[in-house]
Design a protein around this ligand. Structure first.
Ligand SMILES: [Fe+2]
Length: 86
């Protein structure tokens, strides 16, 4: 279980790092806004997965709920940065 969760997080982080490198030459504000949009898309996707799993697979649902919580923190961080609330 923990290994599968780690693999999903690693994949997600690798994608994020790649995307950030690609945007390194762009303005910080634009990069943060794009990251916030990406975080919100991820949140919507994980919420859909959690809803789909429901009571069918509680263990997998909990795994996605943990990932969802992390993504919500990331989105909050991005929103704070954009509003200068760091
Ligand atoms: Fe994230």
């Amino acid at each position: 279980m923990r290994g599968r969760e780690t693999s999903l997080c690693s994949l997600s982080q690798s994608y994020g790092q790649h995307a950030n490198l690609r945007k390194a030459e762009e303005s910080p504000g634009r990069m943060i806004r794009e990251n916030l949009i990406a975080e919100r898309i991820a949140i919507d996707t994980y919420r859909e997965i959690v809803r789909y799993l429901g009571e069918k697979d509680v263990t997998t649902r909990r795994m996605f709920e943990e990932i969802l919580a992390v993504e919500e923190e990331h989105a909050d961080d991005m929103a704070d940065l954009l509003e200068g609330r760091e």
